[in-house]
Design a protein around this ligand. Structure first.
Ligand code: ASP
Ligand code: MG
Length: 297
């Protein structure tokens, strides 16, 4: 029997904090295969893109460009320690391919002084594409067959820009085609982003990469999703607010759904739905699910 897929997800702080990316690359290289990896934007990239959009809408195009420059500098700063000179040159080309169209959207917003939800998604989606370009290049330089995958090529959503809902049947059909190229590779997949049926870029809502990871796991019938993060697990309270907060050993899907529903930042509100479905299909009891996050650093 073929071994089952694993899905790893790395968030902004694992990828964007100085010094952590090499550890992420080691974790991926050493992971069981087949493995698919979902990444979100580096550090505060998404917030900076949001600021760029707001500045452009207020007519502050110089400020908007400055935010975009921050995005580029952070990406280059994280890339320099992990890429060769040749790889870095290629990565600069990747950055241009992602950011030049964003600059054009910002100029349009400045002209009209209006940023529609659709334009905003055309800006916000850039961060995840940058992460995918960086991580897949760095892996290939380490002889790990990282394959850059733009989730927009298979994740189809409605046109509720900014918080789009996945269309499961259309997504599954496109996924079956896209995943044919994945054999023998480690696909590195953009979290958070998708496309409408007629091709407009959408986003799944803030922290949406967790949701991308869980529904990708469901499409792959994966054995597990591991959300690598910088805390020890799902905590009894926010450790920044409550000193005695400690990680919980286990959390049922129902409890996790509840946490997501009540808006803990831990989970995007839809994250827990796909694995709960997988679990039910596999006939497992509801109440013995691992908490599902691991400490990366
Ligand atoms: N980059 C997006 C955000 O900041 C998605 C994510 O981090 O999961 O919300
Ligand atoms: Mg995040």
């Amino acid at each position: 029997m073929q071994p089952k897929w694993q899905v790893y997800k790395f968030g902004g702080s694992s990828l964007g904090t100085s010094g952590r990316l090499p550890r992420v690359l080691e974790l991926i290289a050493a992971a069981p295969r087949p493995l698919a990896v979902v990444v979100s934007a580096l550090g505060d990239t998404t917030d900076w893109l949001l600021l760029a959009a707001r500045s452009a809408a207020e007519g502050e195009i110089a400020q908007a460009r400055a935010e975009l420059a921050r995005v580029r500098e952070l990406a280059l700063g994280r890339a320099r320690p992990v890429l060769t000179t040749h790889g870095l040159r290629a990565f600069r080309t990747d950055l241009d391919a992602v950011l030049l169209p964003v600059e054009r959207v910002l100029s349009g917003i400045e002209l009209t002084r209006e940023c529609s939800p659709r334009s905003l998604d055309a800006i916000l989606h850039a961060g995840e594409r940058i992460s995918v370009a960086l991580v897949s290049r760095a892996l290939r330089e380490r002889d790990v067959p990282g394959l850059a995958v733009d989730a927009r090529d298979f994740v189809v959503t409605d046109d509720n820009f900014g918080s789009a809902a996945v269309e499961p049947a259309l997504t599954a059909a496109k996924f079956a085609v896209a995943a044919k190229d994945w054999t023998g590779t480690v696909p590195i997949v953009t979290g958070f982003i998708a496309r409408t049926r007629d091709g407009h870029t959408t986003t799944l809502g803030r922290n949406g990469s967790d949701y991308t990871a869980t529904f990708l796991a469901s499409l792959l019938r994966a054995e597990a999703v591991t959300v690598w993060t910088d805390v020890l697990g799902v905590m009894t309270a926010d450790p920044n607010l409550v000193r005695e907060a400690s990680p919980v050993d286990r959390l049922s899907y129902d409890e996790a759904l509840e946490l997501a529903y009540f808006g803990t930042r831990m989970f995007h509100s839809r994250t827990i739905i796909p694995p709960a479905g997988l679990r039910r299909r596999a006939g497992h009891p509801q109440h013995h699910a691992a908490a599902g996050t691991r400490h990366a650093h």
